[in-house]
Design a protein around this ligand. Structure first.
Ligand code: F6P
Length: 343
């Protein structure tokens, strides 16, 4: 029996509650642990704000989006004495091991705390699916389905009006969501961060398509995609605690440039946080549950400094270092498959 802390950090993601429920259920039933949930990611650790997690407080949450614990992009290493304060909170609450559920930033903090002697087992989370060491993160499949549903809807209105519609999806470093929903939704062009694009080439593809009798087109663009002759599009508002700028707006530019260069009437839609909200699909509930069970088992076995990972169809543990070395970029072969259907 031990006292295990949990937290959810960074952007929220469908499936977080499935992980929390699984950790708590297995932790209590199989290992007789006490479970403590820190509120709002690392902010709750710094402020020592936490709640006891029990069967009662975690029932009925499997299908719910968001996170019952709340989340934030707080970075203890960006604050004066942050590491010492975090460790002091954990000691005060008698935490034997901590399970942070998050992406590169949250797990980056976890790794530094592990170096400072804290027992951590990470769980990878991001709709962007760009964490190394795992084939998929939970939340990604739900986001892809939401984006695909949106493309299906945009298709019919694009067709009715003979328009080009540009759909902007999330994907800061990697074009996983763009490639998957582009393939599933039958996009005519997909633009991803891994491949800076030439705007005139994009217009040429659309011109060729429209020259063969097609009167509408769908262009999917990841928020982190860039023109080969320009920088990434950002919004005003500076950076977050981990130094990330706020992306978004490449679709606005594409709408303008495509219409100006080709003469085709063009509209854009930015899907934004719709992709992160709402109920997780079955795949993400199952993956989140499997990660949660594996994380609490690893913590019970004293297997620390690791992250749960999906490898093929198996759940494994990988060192946090493996996950944090570099973002997992889009498979070239997947993009090439999407490209077959361009133009
Ligand atoms: O979680 C990653 C992500 O979805 C990125 O694709 C996006 O740039 C970012 O979150 C936006 O998050 P927020 O607006 O919540 O800070």
């Amino acid at each position: 029996m031990a006292r295990i802390g949990l937290l959810t950090g960074g952007g929220d993601c469908p499936g977080l509650n499935a992980v929390i429920r699984a950790v708590v259920r297995k932790g209590i039933n199989a290992h007789s642990h006490d479970l403590v949930g820190f509120r709002h990611g690392w902010a709750g650790v710094l402020a020592n704000e936490a709640v006891e997690l029990t069967h009662a407080t975690t029932s009925g949450i499997l299908h719910r989006g968001g996170t019952i614990l709340g989340t934030s992009r707080t970075n203890p290493y960006g604050e004066e004495g942050g590491e010492a304060r975090a460790i002091a909170s954990l000691e005060e609450r008698g935490i034997d091991a901590l399970i942070p559920i998050g992406g590169e930033d949250t797990l980056g903090v976890a790794r530094r705390l592990a170096d400072a002697g804290v027992n951590v087992v990470g769980v990878p989370k991001t709709i962007d699916n760009d964490l190394a060491g795992t084939d998929f993160t939970f939340g990604f499949q739900t986001a892809v389905q939401i984006a695909t549903d949106a493309i299906d809807r945009l298709h019919t209105t694009a067709e009715s009006h003979n328009r080009v519609i540009v759909v902007e999806v999330m994907g800061r470093h990697a074009g996983w969501i763009a490639a998957y929903c582009g393939l599933a939704g039958g996009a005519d062009v997909v633009l991803v961060p891994e491949r800076p694009f030439d705007i005139e080439e994009v217009c040429d593809r659309l011109r060729r398509r429209h020259a063969t009798g097609r009167t509408f087109s769908i262009v999917v663009v990841a928020e982190g995609a860039t023109r080969s002759d320009a920088d990434v599009q950002t919004q005003d508002g500076g950076t977050d605690a981990f130094g990330h700028v706020r992306l978004g707006g490449i679709a606005v530019e594409l709408e303008h440039e495509i219409e100006r260069r080709t003469g085709f009437e063009t509209r854009m839609t930015i899907l934004g946080h719709v992709q992160r909200g709402g109920t997780p699909n079955a795949y993400d509930r199952v993956l989140g549950t499997r990660f949660g069970v594996a994380a609490i088992d690893a913590a019970t076995a004293g297997n620390f400094g690791v992250m749960t990972a999906l490898r093929g169809t198996d759940i494994e543990l990988v060192p946090l270092d493996v996950a944090l070395k570099a973002p997992k970029l889009l498979d070239a072969s997947l993009f090439e498959t999407a490209e077959v259907f361009f133009g």
